[in-house]
Design a protein around this ligand. Structure first.
Ligand code: GAP
Length: 500
């Protein structure tokens, strides 16, 4: 196994061991593509969500002209009138090409499978997961390709192999050719039935993206609040996609959370606002602990753009499973006036905007920074995961203090009579303002190790000197260095360090 894959395996194990993320329905063997957040995972997720909400809605950035911009929030229903998804194009077009293997019974996304086609046309072609390492490919070639090496083949993507070539492909998990079906389109929306009857008339869908609820409420928001274009509407919430191949832990799941902003502006202003949002979103990721060096900005090629978009920049992060390459963390799309125009047509309700200053009506254009909250959580965990053989835990999570689920642990050096009451006093004083833990049991080394593994930035230890002079030691998670400060100064210390 490569280092990167090994690292991902270790991260998944730590997440379970320490209560960040569990497989959903774990005791029943799980359910593919669904995940539960444990006590620490939910805090981390809430921290990222709250920071996004604060930076977008409560305290949005200053605009390019130096004036504050205006963004309001909504929290719309997950199930909407199904006509919404006809208008948005999801019922007709939210499809992934998928391929089934008749023998292994596995299902693959055709664009996630690479095929090695022999250059001389002799022998079968071999299919692999797109993330397969060279070692994995070589091992299978040795078994199945009769002395041929990688150089005897050329790579193609499964969805580009012509239909007649399919009978000659050995699927990723089998030994004989001819078991793969041709790619079929597969609609990714989960559906349900509303009310007692379960006919087509009652069919409804779980939203595949949160932005739709924003477009549906555009008129309500304009009519009921004091927003003036340009302005934004933001929403955070669950989205559901019946992904053909959920993969890479919580990276691609079937139930996940998004944080989306729809920024409504005039068409002529699109380039300025597009650049503004790319810059702001980069600044956001840096401010929560993702360095720019780990980000890549992909200007999505025209032929790969979503049907509604004329320009998209994907903000990609170097996840361990993609390393040394990057994979999508957030998409910043120019959606044009597609959504409002479509919903206006399908609903028969006017969705234009009246600009009083300019005395004109127009359908605003939209720039959409759309990020996965749960994918963001994965990026924070991967970035924080730091191996350090010199400490007892062997690893620590280097979270930005504002993102850390627990900000500080209060530890009496021993479970002695004198240390515990003082530690309890400090704990009770801090817990009104900070997420802190009081941990009394086990030797101090073990308690430090646990806090390192869950990414707690500071440990305050009460010892004999505390009794004499009311000072405690502060241990810094990253450097493991310790200093003494007065108990009265602990709150200010934390306030200063955990700036959000
Ligand atoms: N409204 C636009 C939209 O939904 P998208 O690129 O399909 O665009 C936006 O999704 C973001 O949502 C992605 O960048 C990713 O962070 C997250 N996302 C999408 N599908 C996901 C999945 N199956 N699991 C986890 N996150 C997902």
């Amino acid at each position: 196994m490569t280092d990167h894959k090994e690292k991902m395996k270790d991260i998944v194990a730590l997440c379970k061991r320490r209560g960040f993320i569990f497989a959903a329905s774990d005791i029943y063997g799980g359910i593919n593509g669904f995940w539960d957040y444990g006590p620490l995972g939910v805090e981390l997720k809430n921290n990222l969500r709250d920071r996004w909400w604060r930076d977008m809605v409560l305290c949005p950035p200053i605009g390019p002209d130096g004036a504050p911009i205006s963004i309001v929030g909504v929290d719309s229903s997950i199930i909407q009138n199904p006509k919404c998804w006809e208008a948005s194009g999801h019922i007709g077009g939210f499809n992934d090409p998928m391929v089934d293997c008749r023998e292994s019974k596995k299902r693959y996304r055709a664009d996630h499978v690479v095929v090695l086609v022999s250059k001389d046309g002799e022998g079968a072609s071999l299919a692999f997961d797109k993330d397969a390492t060279d070692e994995e490919i070589d091992a299978r070639l040795k078994k199945l390709a009769k002395g041929k090496t990688r150089d005897d083949f050329e790579k193609a993507q499964l969805d580009q192999v012509p239909a007649e070539g399919f009978t000659n492909i050995i699927g990723p998990d089998v030994k004989n050719a001819g078991t793969l079906t041709e790619p079929r389109q597969f609609n990714m929306m989960f559906h349900t039935y509303v009310g007692a009857a379960s006919g087509d008339d009652n069919k409804a869908y779980l939203r595949p993206e949160t932005c739709a609820g924003i477009f549906l409420n555009f008129k309500n928001v304009v009519d009921s609040s004091r927003v003036k274009a340009p302005f934004g509407i933001a929403q955070v919430g669950k989205a559901f996609r019946n992904e053909v191949t959920p993969r890479n832990f919580i990276f691609r799941s079937r139930e996940f959370e998004q944080m989306e902003l729809e920024w409504f502006c005039e068409e002529e202003e699109v380039p300025m606002w597009f650049d503004f949002w790319v810059e702001e979103r980069t600044r956001f990721w840096e401010s929560v602990g993702i360095p720019k060096s780990e980000l890549y900005f992909l200007d999505v090629p025209k032929e790969e753009l979503a049907h509604y978009s004329s320009r998209t920049i994907d903000v990609e992060y170097r996840f361990p499973f993609s390393a040394p390459e990057f994979d999508e963390l957030e998409g910043i799309a120019h959606r044009g006036c597609f959504d409002l125009t479509q919903h206006q047509e399908f609903s028969g309700t006017k969705l234009d905007y009246f600009d009083q200053a300019g005395n004109k009506r127009f359908i605003p254009h939209v720039i959409e920074p759309s990020t996965g909250l749960t994918r963001g959580v994965l990026a924070l965990i991967c970035q924080a995961y730091t191996v350090d053989k010199d400490r007892p835990s062997g690893v620590y999570l280097n979270f930005h203090p504002a993102m850390a689920p627990i900000k500080a642990a209060i530890l009496p050096l021993t479970a002695k009579e004198e240390h515990v009451p003082l530690a309890q006093k400090l704990y009770l004083d801090l817990r009104h303002e900070f997420a802190v833990e009081l941990d009394i049991k086990q030797n101090i080394g073990r308690r430090y190790a646990r806090q390192d593994e869950i990414g707690t930035p500071y440990c305050f230890t009460v010892d004999n000197d505390t009794i004499a002079d009311q000072t405690v030691t502060v241990r810094d998670r990253n450097t493991m260095s310790q200093e003494r400060i007065h108990m009265d100064k602990v709150k200010d210390f934390l306030r200063e360090k955990i700036v959000g």
